[in-house]
Design a protein around this ligand. Sequence first.
Ligand code: SRM
Ligand code: SF4
Length: 557
Amino acid sequence: MATNESPTKLSHNEIIKDAIPTLAGTIASTIASGTDHFSDDDGQFLKFHGSYQQDDRDLRKTGKKYMMMIRGRIPGGVMTANQWCVFDQLATDYGNNTLRITTRQSIQFHGVVMAGLRPLVKKINESLLSTLAACGDVNRNVLAPITPAYTKAREQVFADCHTVAMALAPETKAYHSIWIDGVQLENEAAENKNFVDPLYGKTYLPRKFKIAFAIPPTNDLDIFTNCLGFIAIIENDKLVGYNLCVGGGLGRSHGNEATYPRLADVIGFFAPDKLVDVAKAVLTIHRDFGDRTDRKHARLKYVVAERGVKFMQDEVNKRAGITLAPNKPYQFTTMQDLLGWRKALDGSWFLGLFVNMGRVKDAMKTALRQVAEKFPDIEFRLSANQNVILANVSDADKAAITELLNAAAVKTENQTSVLHAASMACPSMPTCGLGLAESERYLPGLIDRLEKVCADLGLGGEEIIIRSTGCPNGCARPYIAEIAFVGKAPGRYQVWLGGNASGTRLNRVWKDVVKDPDMETELRPVLARFAKERNAGERFGDWCDRVFLNKKSVAAN
Ligand code: SRM
Ligand code: SF4
């Protein structure tokens, strides 16, 4: 096991987790001290509590302004209308007055100063949601399908998502102590110093861990990019079990070939009653075999890549007390959300609303708040494509909701163009400390420009999945997009081509650097060739993969 073999080489994070296994750090006393920021070590502990210390990068030249990002833990992305109201109010009272729907069906607050941090987290807990384990070396928010239009088995899969999320939550009492009671735990007290989480052990996981559930044919949460995936096998609207996927992950670093995006392997089928055992088995394989010396090499994907599928199957069988059966057949065909009003299988209505780059703000924020207040029985469901679905809407309420949204200029039909609908960007500037180039503030404008190119070439209305990130970490899952822009430096992007519509293929680097002003000039000839040479119905990503990239594509780093 990498865990204890070479203790002298453990990464710093391992050392501080071992020293304060409750993860309390000195967070509560720092907040009480009235300072505006945390120490570096507390910044690491803070992540387990769902928060990152950031600073406003737009203001760096005039002095550092510390602010926190806080991420909710919202299993399967489902919120009550009341919880939406609470989040909306918290963004107004403590954040930058926006709610950022994330690529993992959660909500982030940005721009929260130290004084707002504890009240915000406390109020999230009072609304019966949490931030515990939204970040950190633990299992993160668990993804599940939200669209109520495909199969009645969705409810069972959502319930399973919830069960797994709860079963894998860390048990430290520091969370309650800091955020609810406002009390600093005594780190040197024996019970705290010797605390061992029953599942995670004393030092938790070597790195973050991610889980998703998907129901074919819809892969609207990019299941193969997760450490652990459960592909629901549905027969006659009943869940019969799951195909198990292990070892997906996207993070990489420019210039470091030892880091790479990887899609999960599907390693066997098992019955639903073994779900929690299997989830714990895969998580503890990461705990026990993940690399604790190098955080760039610590994700489960490297364990799977280096030790192989047979190793994973044997370990899962042993740890979960099962024998994985051969994979059941399945097929994914789409990654996209259904937008507009649709009928749910139970006869109610749901509305898929496009949220540009996941940022709920201005008129849309006000209108959604009004909807939540007026219609307390509807659900707000967050999609992994950064959109929102309003679900459980009665016939009687549909018109009133439409009217309310339309009055605020929030369209309910024909909401956006196909290119915008199929796009995603990570936040990057000004909040993300790791951003090398703009992303959320850049992509919408770039898509407008590419739309003009497409229209010129007779490709108007053609769906092409386009994603951007401000750095190679992959937060908007660029490495499965048909076109991806991955930030290298301000105004410069690595361009990747060749993903598909179902999220089952990695794309490849096409150009190592393209400058912003050259985007149209570079991409026009490729799109023109596609328009001319494609097979009937062939998508841009498939054509790139089949014809254009061929062997010419350069290596990923
Ligand atoms: Fe991410 C780090 C935002 C989904 C891979 N991610 C960050 C941080 C916290 C930056 C930091 O460490 O200082 C970003 C905060 C930016 C900000 O200002 O808000 C950040 N990640 C996001 C979100 C908000 C992007 C979005 O557009 O919604 C997503 C939050 C999800 C959630 O609710 O939990 C988000 N991040 C992802 C995904 C996609 C996914 O999980 O489906 C990935 C790629 C999949 C994967 O994990 O391999 C992802 N984020 C990373 C990495 C690279 C990890 C690696 O293995 O190397 C980092 C950097 C790190 O962990 O050191 C990172
Ligand atoms: Fe930040 Fe990079 Fe993630 Fe974008 S991809 S949010 S720049 S860490």
